[in-house]
Design a protein around this ligand. Sequence first.
Ligand code: NDP
Length: 359
Amino acid sequence: MIIKLTGFFTPWILYAVITALYYFLPGRWIRGYVRHSQTGEVLKYRLNGILVLLVSILLWFISGYLGWVAYDWLYIIRWYSLAGAFTLGLIFSFLIVLPYPSTGRTFIAELFFGRVENPQTRNKKIDAKIWLYLIGAVMLQLNVLSFAAHNYLVYGKISSAVFLCSSLLTYFVCDYLSFEKVHLFTYDFFAERVGLKLGWGCLTFYPYFYSIALWAIADIQKPDIPVWLSVCYALLFLSGWMLSRGANMQKYYFKTQPEKPFLGIKPQVISEGNKTLLVNGFWGVSRHINYLGEILMGVAIALSTGYPVIYWAWLYPIYYIALLVPRQIDDDKRCSLKYGNLWKEYSTKVKYRIIPCIY
Ligand code: NDP
């Protein structure tokens, strides 16, 4: 019973620690992209994600080293921990929706998509979206480390599949937190409100579902994937990462320093009045090549389990398809409204939505 209870409350404690680190560790103040809905002022954010991640990993390591908490504690209590995070995610979602005035949609829609756009504390040190993504990413990383540690502790060596899978997920988390400021320019920040989708999504779904491939193999000794195959999976992951990171960075430079070339690519644009769209580089290949990159990374992570027949690892790339295809449709609608004829011109020049020559 004690294990169940401590397991249930483990994410609550960890989320409190991560929040304290976010609040008290030094951070950089960055001007974002989104404007305050009432004042029209561009929002500012305090970012320190990578530092919070490093300190959290250090704390995990020290507490394991000193024998306070087993290195694989998060694996041992995974189901109770999932239940605790699930409950906390629901509580947070109600608390972030109910106090705010209705936007005119049905209650269920508002609970899911949220009412408030970009909540921040009065001193702006905590931004709800940054906080949610930070908690999700750090907890995902702690799960990854703990699951990998379990494999090592049980078999005295880590299987190459667990090693590769945890390395790819670690890369994914570090990449996200290293480029935190670039993500201020993404759909979640300018188009989404905070409700169950973002709240429960980041507190529960992100740290537990994104590690699903490791859930499948952390307790298995084999397989040891041959080195050449590990390299192929890693290259597939990296090619996805290049598409996704490359497109995000090209757009980020274009929005912040419009003339600046990215990777030697000079921006080519189409314009109408004060509206401008990029039409070359990553943005000339398809209108959402970054989504293809994300899906390829998901496929590489599923393959890295070494068991192509473990069906639940495949839920991960399938989830990306289910998330990103409707998102592309929504985003295209939004852009069509915002950019009008210019968007039509762009869609004629760059015909494909996500996968060049196919979709
Ligand atoms: P995009 O980065 O594609 O951003 C879309 C926005 O970019 C549009 O609304 C528009 O905004 C602007 N835009 C579109 N076309 C052009 C163009 N040709 N030139 C200039 N600006 C353009 O999508 P997201 O924000 O959805 O995704 C950001 C990243 O996050 C992606 O790499 C995505 O894969 C990743 N992601 C990762 C997830 C994960 O769980 N790992 C989940 C979801 C996304 P504006 O009106 O400002 O011009």
